[in-house]
Every structure is written in structure tokens, then in C-alpha cells.
Design a protein around this ligand. Structure first.
Ligand SMILES: [Zn+2]
Length: 350
């Protein structure tokens, strides 16, 4: 006999992978206030609700929303000024993963953010690495890390950091691009991605949804940067040739169905694109992106919002979860362990 669970309980209980989450986007209000106080940094919030409300005040369009979102994110990540802050934040994240039944995560972090705030690259990465080990023991969550360069900062700076990362290959599995979407950015980062590819890193890049030049950016990431994955990239759904390309190259799109800060819902245009891609057989996974910055919160609730908005069955939700494990940058035998545990869950619960 199968167990009876509500859709949310079902999504929470399933063993999950998270492929698109930014460490700096996981600073929940309680930790934000604690770090701000500890580091003597003033933040313009009085209550936890202010963190999300701040983004909504000036929002006028989906393009503006990215700008306002980043402005808000800057305030939150501005409290990270010491290596110990990175350790504490990573441990906080891993503890939450355990509650969420996220058993495996590929976590993005922005070294340029740390360095700008006075945390040396090595110190930040060592703190994350220590928390990775401690968190694996304490919370039984496996992680690998994606070092993201910021698209609105110098590609030469990125090349320098890539060299600094050499001793940390055990921790850093992939290279990504994030932050503000600069026009023509793939071309700017082709050299550093060429070097990263030669060094054997997995490659990904953000292509945010409905940004100017979205199609050119997606094509550029595939052709010039040779990415194995695209973060967001939903506009692929609107171009048949691009759908064929991502299918032929088996490129995973790490979709984030929710976006708006205080709304616990999925914008219809986003869901339409996710559905088109999913039905076409594209490897789409569903992810939380910046759980402390969105009204949808952590992954289980994000999945519940997606299921409700998209009218997906439990089997379809399991398909999204399988896509995440299948696209993970793990050896095949390790993927199989996770996929087997998801199949076992399916037999028991669905
Ligand atoms: Zn992202």
C-alpha cells in the first residue's frame, strides 16, 4: 500500500537535487540580521518582510525586476565580509537542504563579490570547503561548487581568478556566469571559458528570461562558450531551431519557475515556456535560484508552486527531479545511487 501525502508533502519528502542555487541568495532574514549586527553593517530593513517588500516597491517590468532584484541581493550579500561568514552561511544552507531532502546540490558562488568586500579568494573558498566537509558529516548533503564570474565585470579579472582556483579543483566542479546581463556578454567571456574548458571544468551560464538579445545570448553561450548547461534559458522555447540545438546537444536548462519577491506563484509566460520545453523532451530541471529572495522560498515550495501553476502530475514532477540528477555533474555510478533512491521513493509513495 502506498503512503498518502499531500502534493507539498510528496515534493518535500522526495530526495532531490538542486542545480541552480546561489549561496549568496540563501541568506534568510534571521541570518541576515545576525551577520549585519555581528559585522556592524547597516541594512535598510527593520523586519524580515522588508527583505522581500524592498524588491516590489520599484518593480515596473520583468527587465527592471532583474535590476531591482540585484539591488536587493547586493544589500543581503553585503553582510558577507569575513571568511567565517561564508562558513556560517554554507552550514546554514546545508542544514536547510537536509530539512528539504535535498541530497545533492551544485551550488553557485561569486568570488568577485567576496573579494570586493575584503574576503580574499583563498579564504572564502577554504571556508566554503570546510563547511562542505562538515556539512556532509552533519547533514548528509553532498555538494559540488560552481564558481560564477559576474557578467558585468572584467573578463580579465575572471581569468585571474580562474588561475587562483587551480588548487581548489576538488571543490569547484564548474564555471558559470551570472549577475547583470550585459549585451553581447558571451563574446566577452570566450577566452576565459576556453581556458576553463581546457582545464576540464563543466561550463554553464545564466541567460535570464526575456532579457534584450535573449536569443543571441543563448546561441552565443552554446556556440562561443561551449556550455553544457544554461541557467534559465527559457526563451529557447520560442525558437524551434534552438529547441533542436539543446535537444541534440543534450543541454540542460536549469529553470527557476518563480521569480517575484512576495508572490507565491509562477508567472504564466515562464510556465508556458517551461511546459513547451518539457513536452519537447528538453532536459529541464526546476530550481529555487535565490530562496531567501523569493516569496516561493526553498525548493519544495518552489516545486509546489510549479506543480500548481503548471497543472503537472506527480509523475511529471518526478520527471523534473530525475532530469536534475541526470544532468548533475557526477560520475554515472553516483548518479545511479541517487536515481535509484528516487525510484524507490516513487514505488513507495506515488
Ligand atoms: Zn541564478
Amino acid at each position: 500500500m502506498t503512503e498518502q501525502k499531500s502534493d507539498y508533502e510528496f515534493l518535500l519528502a522526495a530526495p532531490k537535487a538542486e542545480l541552480h542555487v546561489h549561496l549568496e541568495g540563501t541568506i534568510e532574514p534571521e541570518l541576515l540580521f545576525l551577520l549585519a549586527e555581528r559585522n556592524g553593517i547597516e541594512i535598510p530593513y527593520r523586519t524580515p518582510e522588508d527583505v522581500l517588500n524592498f524588491q516590489v516597491e520599484k518593480k515596473t517590468s520583468s527587465t527592471e525586476n532583474l535590476k531591482n532584484f540585484l539591488e536587493c541581493l547586493d544589500i543581503s550579500r553585503g553582510v558577507l565580509v569575513k571568511a567565517i561568514d561564508y562558513y556560517d552561511l554554507t552550514m546554514h544552507f546545508l542544514k536547510q537542504c537536509q530539512k528539504e531532502h535535498i541530497v545533492y546540490a551544485e551550488v553557485m558562488f561569486d568570488p568577485q563579490q567576496a573579494m570586493r568586500q575584503g574576503v580574499e579568494f583563498e579564504a572564502a573558498v577554504e571556508a566554503i570547503g570546510q563547511a562542505q566537509k562538515d556539512g556532509l558529516k552533519e547533514f548528509e548533503v553532498e555538494t559540488q561548487w560552481i564558481m560564477c564570474f559576474q557578467r558585468d565585470h572584467s573578463p580579465l579579472e575572471a581569468e585571474k581568478i580562474l588561475k587562483q582556483a587551480e588548487p581548489f579543483r576538488d571543490l569547484i566542479i564548474g564555471i558559470g556566469l551570472d549577475n547583470a546581463e550585459v549585451s553581447g556578454f558571451p563574446n566577452l567571456f570566450s577566452e576565459v571559458f576556453r581556458q576553463a574548458k581546457l582545464a576540464g571544468y563543466h561550463l554553464t551560464s545564466h541567460c535570464d528570461v526575456n532579457q534584450p538579445d535573449a536569443f543571441d545570448h543563448i546561441r552565443g553561450c552554446i556556440e562561443q562558450l561551449s556550455v553544457h548547461r544554461i541557467d534559465h534559458g527559457l526563451n529557447v522555447a520560442q525558437d524551434e531551431a534552438l529547441v533542436d540545438t539543446v535537444l541534440n546537444k543534450n543541454i540542460c536548462l536549469t529553470a527557476c519557475p518563480t521569480y517575484y519577491a512576495t508572490e507565491n506563484s509562477c508567472p504564466p509566460d515562464r510556465m508556458k515556456m517551461i511546459k513547451t520545453l518539457f513536452r519537447a523532451g528538453v532536459m529541464v530541471s526546476l530550481n529555487s535560484d535565490d530562496p531567501a529572495q523569493f516569496g516561493s522560498g526553498w525548493l519544495s515550495n518552489t516545486l509546489a508552486v510549479a506543480q500548481r501553476s503548471g497543472g503537472f502530475t506527480r509523475q511529471e514532477m518526478l520527471r523534473f527531479m530525475k532530469n536534475a540528477f541526470q544532468s548533475a555533474w557526477l560520475p554515472e555510478n553516483r548518479k545511479k545511487v541517487y536515481l535509484d533512491s528516487l525510484s524507490e521513493f516513487e514505488r513507495r509513495v506515488v
